[in-house]
Write a protein that binds this ligand. Sequence first.
Ligand code: GCV
Length: 717
Amino acid sequence: MVKWLVSLALVLAIALPGVARAEDGYDLWLRYRPVEGEWHKAYDPAVTALVVQGGGATIAAAAAELERGVKGMLGHRLPRTGSVAADGAVVIGTPATSPIVAALGLPLAGLGDEGYLIRSVTIDGRRATVIAANGEKGVLYGAFRLLKAMQLRERIDALDIADAPKLKLRVLNHWDNLDRHVERGYAGQSLWDWQKLPLHLDPRYTDYARANASIGINGVVLTNVNANAEILKPIWLEKVKALAGAFRPYGIRVYLTARFSAPIEIGGLKTADPLDPAVAAWWKAKADEIYRVIPDFGGFLVKANSEGQPGPNDYHRTHADGANMLADALAPHGGIVMWRAFVYAAENPEDRAKQAYTEFQPLDGRFRDNVMVQVKNGAIDFQPREPFHPLFGAMPRTPMMMEFQITKEYLGFATHLVYLGTMWEEALAADTFRPARGTTVADVLETAVDAAAPTGMAGVANIGSDRNWSGSQFDQANWYAYGRLAWNPQGGAEAIAREWIRMTWSGDPATVDAIAGMMMGSHEAVVDYMTPLGLAHLMATGHHYGPGPWVSDLARPEWNPAYYHKADAAGIGFDRSRTGSNAVAQYAPELADRFGSVKKVPEEFLLWFHHLPWDFRVRSSGRTLWDELVVRYDRGVAAVAAMQARWAALESRVDRRRWEEVRDFLAIQREEAQWWRDASIAYFQSVSKRPLPEGHAAPPMPLDHYKAIDNRYAPGN
Ligand code: GCV
């Protein structure tokens, strides 16, 4: 009997892998689960063999991925043949690697180095699918696209897909320290197991690279922007070289953060002054050394004169002086410098939201061709909602890249279900009015300063050693959406969410609708329960876990939540209009006028730009500002409860293990949304002295209770 049961279990495990193997999220959106019924019948004869005629490691990676995907989805091997011998061949290659592809004379001209074409063709009277590109990377991207078509149950018998990325650099910024702690990381330790490198390459490096390539990411900054000069020493460069080797077949280059004071710390110099010839020579020699070890090294990312990091200002030099010195060292090798504009200083009394623009905008046109200025989406710091950064569109002669934060430092860490696609879409679709109405942030990013100039996007990674990579199942969607938007900043967040859901959870239309509904409302929910109506930076000190609107005693003024909300007996909000800090003047005149007027400012930015009395009437509802705040806090909590109910109804629609994990995380989110709501109302009521609107419950505990909550060991700090 026991023997019989064991055999049955074995048979089931082989026949029904999706059922027998509990899913834990490791496979991400590349699950390649069996295709059933009519779709199997349609796909099976269309994908019978693989024709690869040559090429290097990247074409080999594309072929391996197609084999893996077809095995998973259709259950059969994909034999390799040297020619199209029967119907159903998939021919992959570039005109240079494949005579068959060359002979087809396909229109590849407009697709650049990384674009691809997938076409249903007839070769010698036999039906085939060709994945063709100018470069091997394009072939790899095309292979993932064909597999996606099957995952999404698109027809593949009359294909004609041409696609190419709109941005050249699509990079992840890992804020990973050399001791494997990840700053603002909520998914375990750093993936980079430095101690075992270079001799041991964890197979996860390849799966990480596959996932990135599947969404078009082509660069990875391995180290934290709060940089450690050690990484530039030879012993570490050997480890970096090993990672670069693992990623190279997937079209991914590695970059490192450069600590500006490295010439002093590891170079034995007395200064890091960028205009000192010895300093420039040190960096040049260092760049030469790096390229000897890693010939396709991407370049440096630099955080300078920001939050205690060293930089050119220490020597009374400009950011352009610093960036250009590094750029000159990298230029002979084709490397680039990504120089961050995230600067603000405690000693600077200017509104923090204005400081980056004040410092960088006058430098427009003064950076070398291989420098990109990397700008966060908003002028403060990855808040749940910020208006777009005024630098976008304001430096037309400088390549400018977007920096989004995928890890949810200010959005509830990994346990809050918040789909960031909508938030990023909002930023990308914002009209800069520069040079004219209708020029969105996405347009600014896509418009190269000149044909050779770089364009790009960076995302602060949410990836770590957790089995599910991102700390939660739904945070995988943010990695995915980031890659898709870096490929095409005009992409729609909802369409991206839906394709992710279909590949990650289920293709059942009702299930897709239900999950999409949760995701699409999730950003607005977190804004409501944390920072409604344009409030910002109200998180607890240091770790940013939970509310701390009462904090007002930190050494640096702009680290205090009180600096941002400015609540007092009379009202609340930061006056950035002409009567206040005049931050509005950093935007194009049309926007300065819109944001600066209480009547015209979009409600979601009301308190970002204005300080208003508690009984100010909110346009959309006619409620007083105080009542509206309370209503929104409650609306946010209710939205989380609604997500819980939606998820509960999906219990039988998705696999158990992942369903349970999401259920538990939603329960955490619900508690924490309530905590945010209660603590915020308790605090602001102590200032506004107003009664709660009817039907809205008083916080269950006194303010002191919320103030006493101590989460000093919260992760990622
Ligand atoms: C890497 C915020 C975060 C810091 C981060 C910084 C930055 O201030 O709290 O952890 O440092 O942004 O983007 O440089």
